[in-house]
Design a protein around this ligand. Structure first.
Ligand code: C2E
Ligand code: MG
Ligand code: MG
Length: 704
């Protein structure tokens, strides 16, 4: 190709299609012009670059005179260059500053003539280069490079290039800082074997190498890394392989960030999901996992494993009297003490509330479990000082053992729970091993609960009445209402068998309401038929005092039956005064104000400070049966009975003896001034009708 004819000779005129084929995609501007004569040059075609830069279409420009597009005013050098190219049949050119839609540009236009067979210039091809946009592109490239440098040097992320073997070729200051080196040069010098110096976990390094080799990149690849000073941090890395034109790996390039903080948080959250936040002990969910593992080990190794469930005694009252802060502190101390008692491989867990679980592995004898349980009981029994208060607490423990009791985790967990219930029932601060009888008991208990739930609706309850007798005159002065359950299969069931369960399940509330209503209804019925007119004592259990609506319900029922409050006496035990004493005393005061009388049942058996005797008027003290039983034969019981009678009288409170069965007992009590007696000596508790008959007979015997 000759130097003055860069495009070449075309014998035929160049068509638009041909032009597009050759020039359409050139990365510079290009146009084809038809030559009419001097000063007559019209566009035939333009390429895409030019159309884009001039913001026109090929159709718009076709046929336009060259001096009018894209400029507004004809520039003299334009036509001059075209004329030169046509006349001299060789390359010509011009330069021109223009404001195009894309911005200011400095165009360099080169024209090349196309001649026909006769050697006449029929067409001219133009090539347009924008010097400014080229300069701009160069500047942008330089800027990008500078920006990358700055980013590289100031980024908080580590940036690196390395050989595929992990040798660092380049590192930024952040990477040096993350890994604990003074500067990138130090890092590159000293980190010569990343596989052992950097990676904590060799397997992780292997995975990294494999991913890079097979996939050519890693995305957010997390691993634990060793800093220069040996501390361990978590890194997250993005890296990819850089290839040459022949697809050979040149080097690896990537970024690294320190995610230790995030990892720590994640781990803490995971820990929290599986641990109790107060004591840091494994929680119920985690305990179950531990137990499964312990069971599997036990099955493999043939050694026994003990599962223990522990429950703090009276935790609720401590929580209520000293506040939840103190309760929390108590739980923490208990957790610590339990952990002190067990061996390394054993697990202590807080299952919730005041309930703990212990897994004792590798038992050599069942006695091992008993020894540990006793150790824990003794340790917990030691006084604990919290906020200046000395607290005495105790723990009850239920124990079950694999393989003796069962092999299955769920069964064992249930067994331990049953053993715990049993330990608590037997007296607090003890441990109890699971036994198959407990299972039967637990089942009975479930039957009882289900039966109780049905009993109210099925009208299975009844009230029996027992007379209270004036010890001196022998006259009936009142009755005690005692609840009976007519079980469809089991016949009469005494309250001793179901009141405790009713209290635990909360069923005591509806049952207690029923009793009150029934008694009031009976009183009003007796008044209407003039059959009997005696005050009736109703037993209330401590659980009924938790019902804040108690007083209101009493008032409503009395009104409903039109019964005067003086006709009702309430028998409470001292346990009512043990929890939430102030609220209980306030309730009692309100009841007394209404005109009801209060007597203290089973007096002498419950702990009490007796100071309550001054806080609201108590009508009667009832000496518990256990003292009355042997009052005439056991000197200790006699002393207690006498003391209670004296105490009552000195406070102006009448004293009743219950459970009087023999003449001797009656004589003793009479001799010591006991006011009233109640017991089988006179009558067993009787149904309402039986009571009416008894009273009539008694009266006639009395009158006779
Ligand atoms: P409590 O109030 O101390 O009732 C006295 C218990 O002694 C009654 O037992 C009565 O039948 C029994 N008893 C009476 N005289 C004698 C006797 O001479 N010898 C012997 N061995 N026992 C005698 P019961 O009816 O089985 O009631 C047991 C406990 O159940 C009651 O003790 C009371 O605390 C509770 N209770 C009974 N009825 C109700 C009730 O309606 N509501 C509540 N909350 N508790 C009730
Ligand atoms: Mg009673
Ligand atoms: Mg009693």
């Amino acid at each position: 190709m000759k130097k003055d004819d860069p495009i070449g000779n075309f014998d035929l005129r160049l068509s638009k299609a041909k032009f597009d084929d050759i020039f359409g995609d050139l990365p510079v501007g290009s146009f084809l012009v038809d030559v009419g004569g001097a000063d007559d040059y019209r566009y035939r075609a333009t390429n895409r670059w030019l159309e884009r830069h001039l913001d026109i279409t090929g159709a718009d420009i076709a046929g336009q005179a060259v001096e009018t597009v894209p400029r507004e005013r004809a520039a003299p050098q334009v036509l001059a260059a075209f004329n030169r190219c046509r006349a001299e049949k060789k390359r010509a050119g011009f330069e021109e500053d223009l404001l195009l839609p894309g911005g200011r540009c400095h165009l360099l236009v080169t024209l090349a003539p196309l001649t026909d067979a006769e050697g006449e210039v029929r067409q001219i091809v133009g090539i347009v280069i924008d010097l400014i946009s080229r300069r701009r592109a160069e500047k942008a490239l330089r800027d990008a490079e500078r920006r990358y440098r700055r980013l590289h040097d100031t980024a908080s992320e580590g940036i690196f290039q390395s050989t595929p073997d992990g040798w660092l070729i380049n590192a930024n200051p952040a990477l040096a800082r993350i890994l604990g080196y003074d500067n990138p040069a130090h890092l590159i010098d000293e980190l010569t074997d990343p596989a052992t110096q950097l990676f904590v976990d060799p397997d992780r390094r292997q995975t990294f190498a494999t991913l890079m080799r097979d996939k050519g990149q890693v995305v957010e690849f997390e691993y634990r890394a060793r800093r220069r000073d040996g501390t361990i941090i978590w890194l997250s890395e993005n890296a990819y392989a850089v290839h040459d034109d022949h697809d050979r790996v040149l080097y690896y390039e990537g970024t690294v960030s320190d995610i230790t903080w995030r990892k720590d948080t994640e781990q803490r959250l995971q820990f929290l999901a599986r641990h109790d936040s107060l004591t840091d002990l494994p929680n119920r969910v985690h305990f179950r996992d531990h137990f499964d593992v312990a069971l599997a080990q036990s099955r493999r190794g043939g050694e026994a494993v003990a599962l223990m469930m522990l429950d703090l005694d009276h935790f609720r009252s401590i929580n209520e009297t000293l506040g939840h802060g103190a309760g929390d502190e108590l739980l923490e101390v208990v957790a610590e003490r339990l952990c002190d008692c067990v061996r390394g491989g054993d697990i202590v867990s807080r299952l919730g509330g005041d309930e703990f679980g212990v897994i004792q592995s590798h038992l050599t004898a069942p006695n091992d479990a008993a020894l540990l349980a006793q150790r824990m009981i003794d340790r917990i029994a030691q006084p604990i000082t919290i906020e200046g208060h000395t607290i005495h607490t105790a723990v009850s423990i239920g124990i079950t053992i694999r393989p003796d009791d069962h092999d299955d985790a769920d069964h064992l967990l249930r067994h331990a729970g049953m053993a715990l219930q049993r330990a608590k029932a037997l007296g607090r601060g003890t441990f109890e091993f699971y036994s198959p009888e407990m299972r039967a008991q637990a089942e009975n208990r479930m039957d009882l609960i289900n039966g109780l739930r049905r009993a109210l609706g099925n009208d299975e309850f009844a009230i029996h009445y027992q007379p209270k007798i004036n010890a001196t005159t022998g006259a009936i002065i009142g009755l005690e209402a005692l609840l009976r359950w007519r079980h469809p299969d089991k016949g009469y069931i005494l309250p001793g068998e179901f009141i405790a369960v009713a209290e635990e399940t909360g069923l005591i509330l509806p049952i207690g309401e029923w009793v009150f209503r029934e008694v009031c209804g009976q009183l009003s019925e007796w008044r209407r038929t003039r059959a009997l007119n005696l005050p009736v004592a109703i037993n209330l259990s401590a659980a009924q005092f938790k019902d804040r609506g108690l007083v209101e319900k009493v008032v409503a029922t009395l009104r409903w039956a039109d019964v005067s409050p003086e006709m009702i006496e309430l028998e409470i035990t001292e346990s009512v005064l043990m929890h939430d004493t102030e609220a209980a005393i306030e309730t009692l005061r309100q009841l007394v104000e209404l005109g009801l009388r209060i007597s203290i049942d089973d007096f002498g058996t419950g702990y009490s400070s007796l100071s309550y005797l001054r806080q609201f008027p108590v009508a009667k003290l009832k000496i518990d049966q256990t003292f009355v039983n042997e009052v005439s034969s056991n000197p200790d019981d006699a002393v207690i009975a006498r003391a209670i009678i004296n105490l009552g009288h000195s406070l102006g409170i009448a004293v009743v003896a219950e459970g009087v069965e023999t003449r001797q007992q009656l004589d003793f009590l009479n001799g010591h001034g006991c006011d009233e007696v109640q017991g089988f000596l006179y009558s067993r508790p009787l149904p309402a009708d039986g009571m009416v008959d008894y009273a009539r007979d008694h009266r006639s015997a009395f009158d006779a």
